[in-house]
Design a protein around this ligand. Structure first.
Ligand code: SAH
Length: 204
């Protein structure tokens, strides 16, 4: 998987390649799809959600910029596969998932793999995790129409956010937001991508 799908497409960061070699993707894929666990595609994980394609997980990890001293916030735990990759690239990983069933399954997998630097919470990703902010890195694995300001506000100076955005599922782009040490924010749009939508906040 790493040689054919990831290195061949240009991912070079040694820490990312190592993390992708070590993270057992089959643990995060449903029983019925085990034969396809290392295939070059996204797969359904139940609740209408998907585990991202391996290449996209590697690409976003490389774009984030691995740093063993940095703390990262992930929105959209899903299967927990991207989270498990991040756990080997960053000091602490805080991950938010809106569906309790998926969060519970992912947490069980983190326990089995002894990944002790992952902190999982059921909640609304549009709000981030203000009690633990600021974060040196933020990653979204579900697509909002535009990157929520609440998340940008939780990005530390010198930090980077990577995530898909776009109201139309056929026209999402990967967005990269950098905050410099003076606090100013720079936003660029890169690759076209296709993620499940980030479900809007309900009013309670
Ligand atoms: N990185 C995951 C991808 C999961 S798909 C993996 O590789 O398995 C995106 C996830 O985002 C889904 O589990 C979905 O339930 C979650 N999600 C959607 N909207 C959300 C929101 N507003 N807050 C938190 N999580 C959300």
């Amino acid at each position: 998987m790493v040689a054919e799908q990831i290195e061949r497409r240009g991912i070079r960061n040694p820490a990312v390649l190592e993390a992708m070699r070590v993270a057992p993707r089959h643990v995060f894929v449903p029983e019925a799809l085990q034969d396809e666990a290392y295939a070059d595609k996204a797969l359904p994980i139940g609740c209408g959600q998907t585990i991202s394609q391996p290449y996209i997980v590697a690409l976003m990890s490389e774009l984030l910029g691995p740093d063993p001293e940095a703390t990262v916030l992930e929105i959209g735990t899903g299967s927990g596969y991207q989270t498990a990759v991040l756990a080997r690239l960053f000091k602490e990983v805080y991950t938010v998932e809106r569906l309790p069933e998926l969060a519970a399954r992912a947490e069980a997998a983190f326990d089995n793999l002894r990944l002790r630097n992952i902190h999982t919470r059921v909640g609304d990703g549009y709000r981030g995790w203000p009690q633990k902010a600021p974060f040196e890195r933020i990653i979204l694995t579900a697509a909002p129409p535009e990157i929520p300001q609440a998340l940008v506000d939780q990005l530390a100076p010198g930090g980077r956010l990577v995530g898909p955005a776009g109201a139309d599922p056929d026209a999402q782009r990967l967005v990269i937001i950098d905050r410099n040490l003076a606090g100013d924010v720079n936003r660029i749009e890169s690759y076209p991508v296709r993620f499940v939508p980030m479900v809007p906040t309900r009013s309670y």
